[in-house]
Design a protein around this ligand. Structure first.
Ligand SMILES: NC(=O)C1=CN([C@@H]2O[C@H](COP(=O)(O)OP(=O)(O)OC[C@H]3O[C@@H](n4cnc5c(N)ncnc54)[C@H](O)[C@@H]3O)[C@@H](O)[C@H]2O)C=CC1
Ligand SMILES: C[N+](C)(C)CC(=O)CC(=O)[O-]
Length: 491
């Protein structure tokens, strides 16, 4: 049965949550009195649809149904979980909880609050044990962290249930063991933000220079190793102790003396906003979101390949969904037919364009290759499998260039299994731009013992996955391109 989540407050963060739940197959009901909320959420959802599926190596579940409710009671009906994402005002949050708990007394409410402790949020509630913090980071549909923070009034079961829901939608729930204002992430961000505002106010640097100092340097490091692992390496062979000996005394130098905040007034707001407009005002917000998302997807994919940090979370989420997907295979196989599997989502990048102004020919094969790799991971021939000494090698390819792809086009790669035996996989890839195939690739792959350098039978664990897919694909029409060869028509 489809699970349902309720989102109260459909702004920046509520929209991100809605997208994450929907794309993970949950139905979502949103309540937000803002007449613009529906438009805004649909725009965020459109961006999320372009980005999140690119991180998945298993077929995405069917997208859930999005509804907009007229009342909070309607939104929460039949729901398993509420993610409260209204503005950061404690009295507003209290009012919302009172209405939600009146409509559905037992409902679990996670708050997106950036800094209120669970015990602050729970004040005045008849059921404080059902209110907990689940603090995300923007964009919620791509960044996995959710800081789960309870108070002594929450039971271990409530914390565990929240943790499980976060995992179910592919997040990394970090349980905050001690109640603390602003949890972990925002304490860092606040310190960095404070220093940046001081430097700006004192005329030391512009918004652009401050951003360059982050994105050209330490910002890149933090995304993959955080603070302590990074500094451990900075200590050289002697590691953290040497790092502490060298830089510990700096804690008493002027570097870290700034603890108060610049006065928040119109002058400061104008200074920040005017420089920010000059820096990035040439982009619309949705456009900036898409640039950000594309960069994050590339970064996260790389982390996923190395099974590191946030990439590990993505792999684990795939693993859980792969199990569910495999369990449904017999059902797919017993049906009349199944669609080709959507295995890859790509975007045509500037470096892919040739002197004719469209996607260069090798990139069509690259797109098929990415699709094939995702399919191989799906059937269990992943990097761990390759490390164990076996893999699939491509023995033959026939590519047909059918239409043009241009800079920025979104492409999807699908796989149809034409046939298989113990050693061979006969596959047909379509590289689609919307409903149009821009290229098709027919391939024969051989299962190989890499050390022996020869084709060998694939193990049952792989064949048991391929078999039902091939069976289900038997009902599909054989593509006209299958078996074609390159030839010149006579006459
Ligand atoms: N913007 C950010 O970067 C982050 C924000 N948060 C937290 O998420 C929460 C929401 O923040 P944003 O989405 O940024 O704010 P926002 O201003 O974009 O959205 C807030 C939404 O709440 C709606 N709202 C106000 N009263 C309501 C009510 N009574 N019932 C239902 N909806 C109501 C507003 O119409 C608005 O659409 C806050 O608690 C914030 O601290 C958490 C992580 C990051
Ligand atoms: C600025 N902020 C306090 C709302 C930020 C967050 O809460 C987390 C984030 O996404 O940066």
């Amino acid at each position: 049965m489809t699970r349902k989540a309720t989102i109260i407050g459909g702004g920046v963060i509520g929209g991100g949550w809605a997208a994450r739940f929907l794309l993970n197959g949950w139905d979502v009901a949103v309540f937000d009195p803002d007449p613009q909320a529906e438009r805004k959420i649909n725009e965020v959802l459109a961006n999320a649809r372009r980005a999140l599926p690119s991180l998945s190596d298993v077929p995405m579940p069917p997208e859930g149904k999005l509804t907009f409710a007229d009342t909070m009671a309607e939104a929460v009906e039949g729901s398993e979980y509420v993610q409260e994402s209204v503005s950061e005002r404690i009295e507003l949050k209290h009012k919302v909880y009172a209405q939600l708990q009146q409509a559905n007394p037992g409902i679990l409410i996670g708050s997106s609050t950036s800094g209120f402790k669970a015990s602050d949020l729970q004040q005045g509630s008849p059921a404080p044990e059902n209110i907990i913090v689940a603090h995300p980071f923007n964009p919620v549909y791509l960044l996995p962290l959710s800081e789960v923070s309870g108070s002594p009034k929450n039971t271990a079961e409530t914390v565990e249930k929240t943790v499980q829901i976060m995992k179910d939608i592919g997040m990394f729930p970090l349980v905050i063991r001690h109640e603390i204002d602003a949890f972990l992430g925002n304490r860092f961000l606040e310190a960095v933000w404070r220093e940046a505002l001081w430097m700006l106010k004192d005329g030391v640097a512009t918004t652009e220079e401050i951003d360059e100092s982050i994105r050209m340097g330490f910002g890149l490091r933090w995304g993959q190793m955080g603070l302590f692992e990074t500094y451990r390496i900075a200590g050289g062979e002697a590691g953290m102790r040497h790092f502490m000996a060298q830089f510990g005394p700096a804690l008493k130098w002027p570097w870290t003396k700034l603890m108060d905040v610049p006065e928040f007034n119109d002058e400061l707001v104008d200074l920040v906003a005017n420089q920010s407009d000059a820096q990035s005002g040439m982009y619309g917000i949705r456009e900036l979101e898409r640039i950000r998302d594309q960069n994050l997807v590339g970064f996260l994919r790389s982390l996923k390949d190395s099974n590191w940090g946030a990439g590990k979370v993505l792999r684990e989420h795939d693993e859980r969904r792969r199990d569910a997907w495999q369990a449904s295979l017999p059902a797919i196989a017993s049906g009349p037919s199944a669609d080709p599997l959507v295995m890859a989502h790509l975007q045509v990048l500037p470096g892919w364009i040739d002197y004719n102004g469209h996607m260069t020919e090798s990139r069509y094969l690259f797109a098929a290759s990415e699709t094939c790799d995702a399919f191989l991971r799906l059937i269990g021939a992943d990097m761990d499998y390759v490390a164990g000494g076996h893999s699939y090698y491509t023995a033959e390819s026939h590519i047909m260039h059918l239409d043009e792809a241009k800079l920025g086009d979104r492409l999807t790669g699908t796989v149809q299994v034409l046939g298989h035996d113990e050693k061979r996989l006969h596959l047909f890839f379509r590289i689609m731009k919307g409903d149009v195939a821009v290229a098709t690739v027919e391939q024969m792959l051989l299962h190989v013992d890499m050390k022996a350098g020869k084709a060998v039978a694939a193990p049952a664990k792989i064949l048991n996955i391929v078999g039902p897919i091939a069976e289900a694909h038997k009902g599909l029409e054989k593509p006209a391109a299958v078996g074609r060869y390159v030839g010149q028509r006579k006459g």
